[in-house]
Structures are given as structure tokens and as C-alpha cells.
Design a protein around this ligand. Structure first.
Ligand code: FAD
Length: 392
């Protein structure tokens, strides 16, 4: 019969890989995608929903287009991988055999990384770092804050999904509060000394939201934080703060199925950048946030770029089609205020050791408003492009 590929996870990495394999192999490969949700809510642009620039429905995407393009879409959880038998077992009881397996499960959270917080507390203190209901919950809690209330964010340590994501979120929370609750305050508790596009964010906050945002770094105790989701307090180096809404973004690791497959080292999956194959099992390719991806940041753009490299390698291995040297690219846009968009990006190539940066670019402080508006408009085009590349 036809060679079989199973893809676990239908996000930026997995949906793209499944679609390219089905499309480019013209039916020569049997492609099955395992994904529990019927509707994928992107994390990208979820901050724009919080800021009031997007509707939640505009972030949702169904798998009907993938099914129509020949991918067998199975709505279930992968719960086990037998690497010797080359099978994936499903929560619903099914077993799927594969010749090649692609894992793109995204992230899970590291237990105990923020003392006082675990997944059972995510309704009181949402992470909103997986898309959909958590994003809606966080926005509802911000809208319900009392006049002049305090919003706090506990930012994650490196490495984590979307390096500028927490800081774009702070900008969008500030934008929302400026319009609805202008005397409210924002406390950003950050365990890192520095962060992505810092000069751009700091300039933007000063311009658009003066006096509203306070960031404390590790020098002032931000690496020693504890939360209490029942009392709604945050304790920073022993000092207790009462908060009205609190976004806890814990430390992250590869989606749990990677641990179950036995291919992680530390929190992430080591891969070869030439093919995105696991360093521990050549029948498994791993994409996106779950991987230890060298110089690339964990982003939807990166995952989509890696998916194309993996799909080409898998097709080459299973059908003998031509394989070209791996090339990758990424851009992370962030919106600071209306029409004030900034970006950072780079191109990459695979070396035997890692995915290595070739060339990069970043927006500059003091840029004129027209350029910032063009940058924002670029990001809207990117969103439309990547979601149609993923879902057809
Ligand atoms: P995901 O897209 O998370 O997909 C993983 C999928 O796997 C999920 O659908 C999940 O349901 C499924 N899954 C997990 N475990 C299993 C299992 N056991 N069985 C079956 N299915 C499973 N990136 C950008 O490029 N640009 C941005 O502007 C941007 N903004 C962001 C803003 C925020 C607030 C956040 C949180 C992220 C942002 N990102 C952005 C990052 C981007 O969302 C992620 O990097 C990207 O989604 C990673 O793709 P992935 O395929 O690795 O994982």
C-alpha cells in the first residue's frame, strides 16, 4: 500500500506539514492528522483580540479544508507512541501505524515553575498561552477590573513560545485599559534581565501609556514570585500585592507526547535542522515550539517554515522526490498601539550542529508613523497568508 505518515498536532507546524504532504505527493502518501480540537484558535493575533483590534471568531479555523485536500483528520488525542512497532495510540482506543511520524504538539507548562499556580488555578489566573477560551477569559477579567484596579502579569523565563508575546500583550492590555479604565495600573513581573524588542516596547509604552506600566526585573525580586489564586495576591520577594486580574505565564516545555515518546532531552526535543528529524529516532520528525531549534525563536512563522522542510524530507524519503537544502525564515510582528507595529526577523540555514541564523532585521526606535502603519499592515497580510497556508 501507500506509505503512511501520521502527524500529531494540527497547529502552525502540524497543519502545514499535513497539508503540504497531501498536496505535493498527489495522493502517493497516506496522511493522517491527529488533533483533538475541531476548531484551532491561533495564539498569533490573540493579543490583538485583547486590544480590541480583532474579533475572537476571526482567530478560529476548522479542519474542513485539510480534509477536502486529502488529509485524514482524526479528532482525538495521541496518548502513546511505540517506536519499535511504529504505531501511535489514541485516547479513543484506536491505533495508527506509520512509516514516518511528525510530532508538532506545541508546548506544555513546567510543573511548579510559579509556586502557587498549577493548571487547576488557570480559571482564576489564566495563562492565555494556548488559544481560545483562555484568551477570552483573560479579556473578560480585565474588563471586569474595578476602576483604578491592578493588572499583573508574571512573565516566563527563556526559552518560551513567542519571545515578544508577553510584551505585545502588555501593550494591548494597556490599550484596552486606556479606553475603558484609564486610571488602572499594570505590573509586569519579569524573571529575565532583558527581553525581545525591549527598546521598542519601552519607547512605545512611554509614548502611548505614560505612567501606566511598571516592570520589575530580577534585580527587584521578580525571579522570586509566588501567587495565591484564592486570595488574588502576588508575593514578590516576600512583599504581598493584591491584584484584580492576573496573567500567569509559566515556564514551558515540549508537549507531553514528546516525553511519552522518549525523545526529549531536558524540556525540549533535539532535532537535525536538515530534515527536522529527532536526533534519537530517524522515523520521527518534530516541528515548532516542541523542538530545540537552534537560533530560531518559538513562533508560528518558525513552525510553518520548519513544516515545509520536514514535509520535503519526508516526501523524499518515502517517494524518492528531490530534496533541497533546508532554508528557514521568521518574522515576529507586534502591535504596540493603533497603527504602531514593529517587527524582528531573520533567515536561517541548517548546519550539522543546529539551525543557524544567516541574516536579521529589526524595527528601529523613533521610526516615523507611516512606516509603523505599513509594518502593522504587513502583519495583517502575514496572518491571512499563514492561516491559508496551514488550512487551505
Ligand atoms: P501549536 O500551534 O500550539 O499546535 C499544537 C497542536 O497540537 C494544538 O492544536 C494541540 O491541540 C495539539 N496537540 C497537543 N498535544 C497533542 C496530542 N497528544 N495529540 C494530538 N494533538 C495534540 N507566532 C508568530 O509567528 N507570530 C505571532 O505574532 C505570534 N503571536 C503570539 C502571541 C501569543 C500571545 C502567543 C501565546 C503565541 C504567539 N505566537 C506567535 C506563537 C505561536 O502561537 C506558536 O509558536 C505556534 O502556535 C507554534 O506552533 P506549533 O505547531 O508548535 O504548536
Amino acid at each position: 500500500g501507500r506509505p503512511r505518515v501520521v502527524v500529531v498536532g494540527g497547529g502552525a507546524g502540524g497543519a502545514t506539514a499535513a497539508r503540504y504532504l497531501a498536496k505535493d505527493s498527489d495522493g502517493a502518501i497516506d496522511v493522517t492528522l491527529v488533533e483533538p480540537t475541531r476548531s484551532y484558535y491561533t495564539c498569533f493575533f490573540s493579543n490583538l483580540y485583547i486590544g480590541g483590534f480583532r474579533e475572537i471568531d476571526s482567530l478560529a479555523h476548522s479542519y474542513g479544508g485539510l480534509a477536502a485536500s486529502g488529509v485524514n483528520v482524526v479528532h482525538d488525542w495521541a496518548v502513546g507512541i511505540d517506536r519499535d512497532a511504529r504505531t501511535v495510540s489514541l485516547a479513543g482506543g484506536g491505533v495508527l501505524p506509520y512509516d514516518r511520524l511528525i510530532l508538532a504538539p506545541g508546548i506544555d507548562f513546567v510543573d511548579g515553575s510559579v509556586p502557587g499556580w498549577d493548571v487547576s488555578a488557570q480559571n482564576a489566573m489564566p495563562h492565555a498561552y494556548k488559544g481560545g477560551s483562555q484568551t477570552e477569559l483573560l479579556k473578560a477579567q480585565i474588563m471586569a477590573m474595578p476602576e483604578g484596579g491592578l493588572f499583573a502579569m508574571v512573565a516566563p523565563p527563556n526559552p518560551y513560545r513567542c519571545p515578544p508575546g508577553p510584551y505585545e500583550r502588555i501593550s494591548m492590555v494597556a490599550h484596552l485599559l486606556k479606553a475603558n479604565n484609564p486610571t488602572a495600573k499594570i505590573l509586569l513581573i519579569d524573571p529575565k534581565d532583558k527581553y525581545s524588542k525591549q527598546a521598542l516596547f519601552e519607547e512605545g509604552w512611554q509614548n502611548h501609556y505614560p505612567g501606566m506600566i511598571d516592570r520589575i526585573g530580577p534585580d527587584f525580586g521578580a525571579a522570586n514570585v509566588e501567587v495565591n489564586p484564592v486570595d488574588m495576591t502576588v508575593t514578590i520577594d516576600g512583599t504581598v500585592e493584591k491584584v484584580d486580574a492576573c496573567n500567569v505565564i509559566p515556564a514551558q516545555k515540549a508537549g507531553r507526547i514528546c516525553e511519552l515518546a522518549g525523545i526529549t532531552e531536558g524540556n525540549w526535543v533535539p532535532v537535525s535542522g536538515h530534515t527536522m528529524q529527532s536526533r534519537l529516532d530517524e522515523n520521527i520528525h518534530v516541528l515548532g515550539d516542541a523542538t530545540n531549534q537552534g537560533d530560531m525563536p518559538k513562533s508560528g512563522f518558525s513552525a510553518n517554515s520548519q513544516a515545509k522542510v520536514a514535509a520535503m524530507a519526508v516526501r523524499g524519503a518515502l517517494t524518492g522526490s528531490r530534496v533541497f537544502p533546508a532554508k528557514f525564515s521568521n518574522t515576529c510582528w507586534s502591535l504596540i498601539a493603533t497603527d504602531d507595529g514593529v517587527k524582528v526577523g531573520a533567515t536561517y540555514e541548517a548546519t550539522d550542529e543546529k539551525i543557524a541564523k544567516v541574516d536579521g532585521f529589526i524595527s528601529q526606535t523613533g521610526e516615523n508613523p507611516d512606516l509603523r502603519r505599513v509594518t502593522y499592515e504587513e502583519s495583517i497580510g502575514w496572518y491571512a497568508g499563514i492561516t491559508s497556508d496551514m488550512f487551505g
